[in-house]
Ligand binder design. Sequence first.
Ligand code: ADP
Ligand code: MG
Length: 325
Amino acid sequence: MAEFDLIARIRARATTRADVALGIGDDAALLQPPPGEQLAVTADTLNDGVHFPHEAVPAGIGWKSLAVNLSDLAAMGARPLWCTLSLSLPAADEDFVDAFLDGFLALAAQHQVALVGGDITRGPLSIAVTAIGSVPAGQALRRDAAVAGDDIWVTGTPGDAGGALGLWRDGRLDVTCEDDRGDEGFLRRRMARPEPRVAMGLALRGVAHACVDLSDGLLPDLGHVCARSGTGARLHLDDLPASPALARLYPEATARARWQLLGGDDYELCLTAAAGCRDAVAAAARAAGVQASRIGRVVEGEGVEVVDAQGRPWPVPGRGFEHFA
Ligand code: ADP
Ligand code: MG
């Protein structure tokens, strides 16, 4: 019965929307897509000890498990509508589920996303979320749409989440609390509670060419755009925006650049747009309340090259995170 008690708890708190004809409680949900729009569907799994530290705060785990999925929708320029939540739990721990939902549902409410179904099984702690959004046909921001000559832009300050991970691995960051004061607190929040750039994704419809969200790291994720678009990219090291917290905690330039280029889990957007759209990208960022920085150019060829202020190639130390590397 424990499984059904937990489902009842989730159902009692789940957010809904008018386009949910039938939500949690039947064999499947019935959803009414916006007329004339395409559905954008994405799934991401978070595993204990792989995607979050075992001792991470449950509300933060809940927040992040939805955030990473909404970030994928943002990168497509899709408006988030619905989600499902499949939980694998070591035990029927009501306190964990309640705290997890505090984070998960807070973010869902912020973006008017309805939780419409899911599953609960026993096993190692693992959270699988599917998020569904919509976008007018033909307006999605795809990875394969970069054009040589495009500017490359990034939102926010990449490297913060990786910098937090580095501090935690060195035993210098406590992830059992959510205090966001000070430089450590700022980075902790950037790692534990990423803000999916949904408003920016929507504002970039009709402005950006290609777009990707930063989960693996700026270089590998931009590399995916280049591979799909059949282009190369040149990034200007000195134009990478660093948060003041990252700059203070990693004063050594190479260590900082490593997090900015290869650190994962930032959930910022990296996009390309025609040089004639600079004002439009800046206006989109203003409307969305995010920082946007121009960090390089799409070029003919293949691969991502990083250059220093003098235009000389900068050797990148290492690679991004790969699960089976
Ligand atoms: P079934 O055996 O038909 O898959 P379940 O007993 O697993 O049904 O689930 C019953 C209902 O509760 C379904 O509507 C399902 O989508 C919903 N549900 C189960 N687990 C969750 C969850 N973790 N979050 C949201 N809804 C859930
Ligand atoms: Mg089921």
